[in-house]
Design a protein around this ligand. Structure first.
Ligand code: SF4
Length: 396
């Protein structure tokens, strides 16, 4: 490293709200159904963590480029709680003038009044968890909302002047047809949301859907159909004016999610709240990764202590990444991003030349049409994106 101070990457902030009205059978996010759920105590705990983190990073003068309130179901929060979280952030951190402020909402808890209140307190990006635009698929996913509620929430969001509206959709549900999915995409585009996230349904171990899969009571979509849906999604949305900028994310020009894009380009982000994780760089060149513990009770108890001592670390783990670990992360994240892996960044972090280091494998993949590169970037082709998980797993 030269004697100059490294230029630190952009910094964003994620706040996790771990409560849901009911648990969806495919979900492996950290969230719980609690009745009543400890909203006030949780908001106070997150505020305390924000203050503590700020003290620890007192010398870091970077302004926040984006704030993301995710979950779980943040739209369950009362507006005064969202305001309490945001005003706490504003008093602690400098924030850029055009800071992107996202709130994730579910249709059944996102009323027009709440949306207006969120907008008034600075939320400028709303992400609505619609998930499907047919009654049958909403039922298959066992979502707590029906189609009419989804459409009403979109209409309400349109009445509020958010800079970006995102609709989250899940596809590759059992029996799904291309024609049916095409109609859902046509409707999603017709609503005029600037951003669409379309995820394939993945069945994670430990979820109720995984149990049903093992018992044979959940019949997944055939792989070939899933491939067709993936390609169809990319092509239809690109043709409509929402090109993919990440494997599952599509946006009108100027509406990429700044917070999520910052993950993919290996920017820095703080994660506060239960189970949140973060990654940030220090002026001495180290890169740290943090992972908060998953227990809500332990989090609340720790944050209620009189004195928080960094040395205790009872609810989070901090790991200093080696250059090799950081390099792997740059590649794993970059390959999912349309811009690909920034080869100069990889070189700067690891001291190695990615294409030479992995020459045999990458050459083979290039011949198969899965990967391409130039002096600046290494990217998966569309055919490579179809097998992204398998390829990425073989790289390191
Ligand atoms: S609403 Fe979202 S976070 Fe909550 S259980 Fe369903 S998928 Fe998971």
């Amino acid at each position: 490293m030269s004697g100059n101070k490294p230029v630190l990457p952009a910094l964003t902030l994620y706040m996790h709200i771990p409560f849901c009205q009911q648990k969806c059978p495919y979900c492996d996010f950290r969230s719980e159904v609690m009745s009543p759920w400890p909203e006030e105590a949780y908001v106070a705990a997150v505020q305390r963590e924000l203050q503590w983190r700020r003290q620890q990073l007192a010398e870091d003068v970077r302004p926040l480029q984006a704030i993301f309130i995710g979950g779980g179901t943040p739209s369950l929060l009362a507006p005064r709680s969202v305001e309490g979280l945001l005003s706490c952030v504003y008093t602690l951190w400098p924030v850029v003038d055009d800071c992107e402020i996202t709130l994730e909402a579910n249709p059944e808890s996102a009323t027009l009044e709440k949306m207006q209140a969120w907008r008034a307190m600075g939320v400028n990006r709303l992400s609505l968890g619609i998930q499907a635009l047919t009654e049958e698929r909403l039922q298959a996913l066992q979502r707590p909302h029906d189609l009419a509620t989804a459409r009403l929430a979109i209409r309400h969001a349109q009445q509020v002047d958010f800079s970006t509206l995102n609709l989250d959709l899940i596809y590759a549900t059992p029996g799904q047809s291309i024609d049916g999915w095409q109609q859902e995409l046509v409707e999603a585009m017709a609503w005029g949301a600037e951003h669409l996230s379309c995820y394939t349904l993945t069945i994670e171990e430990g979820t109720p859907l995984h149990t049903r899969l093992q018992q044979g009571t959940w019949l997944p979509l055939e792989e070939e159909k899933e491939t067709q849906l993936f390609l169809h999604t990319r092509r239809q949305l690109a043709a409509g004016g929402w090109p993919a900028y990440e494997i599952s994310n599509f946006a009108r020009p100027g509406h990429h999610c700044r917070h999520n894009s910052n993950y993919w380009v290996y920017g820095d982000y703080l994660g506060v709240g239960v189970a949140a994780h973060g990654k940030w760089s220090l002026a001495d060149g180290r890169r740290l990764r943090s992972q908060n513990r998953r227990s809500i009770a332990a989090y609340l108890a720790f944050m209620a202590r009189d004195a928080l001592r960094e040395a205790d670390h009872p609810f989070w783990q901090v790991q200093s990444l080696t250059p090799q670990e950081a390099g792997q992360e740059i590649v794993l994240l970059g390959l999912r991003h349309a811009a690909g892996v920034d080869r100069a960044l990889y070189r700067q972090v690891t001291g190695l030349e990615l294409v030479q280091e992995k020459q045999a494998l990458l050459q083979q993949w290039r011949e198969a049409g899965w990967v391409q590169w130039d002096a600046a970037r290494l990217q998966l082709t569309e055919s490579g994106l179809l097998r992204a998980d398998g390829l990425i797993a073989r790289l390191f």
